[in-house]
Design a protein around this ligand. Structure first.
Ligand code: CAA
Length: 252
């Protein structure tokens, strides 16, 4: 099955992250014009993204903005549309963790995670949705998490935000399905990335034991799922939550 995203313009938030940069590369290889967002240009991850793209022959534009701030997100979308054209594909991939058991979690840890992981989805989707509906075509993919599906010790903030993302997906899919727009969630399991490497080694090893596939996922596992959901072929997949987790968590 060949996926052709030629002439499509894709905005990927968190485009400089481990998973986001692979999503950018996959969408680019499928033919899309890709704009990856990052929080600021002069950061190690943004520099790494530029380096990786160059090495892989992938051309991604970079748009720095704060996904947690509605004005910043709206201005960024306007800028993208002015420079490259209307956004056809939006992948909401920006995310952070601030892990702590609830009894030790402070309000800042709660607020930051909800703002960056969940408010961001509203902030970036609202400015693009009207255009997608008017043009009769759009793809929105929200990158949630296995921990939004099953919960995780130490992640009341993250699990709440990630579960909320899929609630958003299901509701918006119903609002836009008649107009050629799809809204889906991808829920990655534990993917080999700096976020997972930050988990204490003993806990990480225990998590690995619980993955029937016997390995952590790779960023390309997620990028392939996202690219499929952005394709013409996935036009009837709408409001779904696609788990990509090596059978670590299964549901009917
Ligand atoms: N289930 C039950 N009990 C657990 C537990 C678990 N999963 N994990 C820890 N505990 C217990 C410990 O055994 C310990 O018990 P005792 O006090 O009886 O010895 C107690 O809870 C530790 O509690 P503390 O309050 O001392 O916790 P802490 O402050 O030391 O650390 C933590 C808590 C930071 C959350 C740490 O457990 C941790 O990092 N956990 C991993 C969280 C995780 O998986 N994060 C995912 C990051 S990757 C990601 O988010 C990407 C994605 O989408 C998958």
């Amino acid at each position: 099955m060949e996926i052709n995203l030629k002439n499509r313009i894709a905005l990927v938030t968190g485009g400089s992250g481990a998973i986001g940069s692979f999503i950018c590369a996959y969408l680019y290889r499928a033919g899309a014009k890709v704009i990856g967002s990052c929080h600021a240009l002069d950061t190690p991850s943004a520099r790494e993204m530029v380096k990786v793209c160059k090495e892989q022959g992938v051309h991604v534009e970079i748009e720095p903005f704060d996904v947690g701030d509605p004005d910043s997100a709206a201005a960024a979308v306007r800028n993208v549309e002015k420079n490259w054209g209307p956004v056809d594909i939006l992948v909401n991939c920006a995310g952070i963790t601030r892990d702590a058991p609830l009894r030790k979690m402070n309000h800042d840890q709660w607020k930051q995670v909800l703002q960056v992981n969940l408010d961001s989805v509203f902030n970036t989707t609202q400015p693009v949705i009207e255009g997608m509906l008017a043009r009769g075509w759009g793809r929105i993919v929200n990158i949630s998490s296995i921990n939004g599906q099953k919960g995780q010790f130490g992640q009341t903030n993250y699990s709440a935000a990630k579960a909320g993302m899929h609630g958003f997906t299901m509701a918006l899919a119903q609002e836009v399905a008649r107009k050629g727009v799809t809204v889906n969630t991808v829920s990655p399991g534990y993917i080999d990335s700096p976020m997972i490497r930050a988990v204490p080694e003993n806990i990480r090893n225990k998590i690995l034991e619980g993955i029937p596939a016997g390995r952590f996922g790779e960023p390309r596992d997620i990028a392939a799922a996202v690219t499929f959901l952005c394709s013409e072929q996935a036009a009837f997949v709408n409001g779904a939550n696609l788990a990509v987790n090596g059978a670590q968590f299964t549901s009917a």
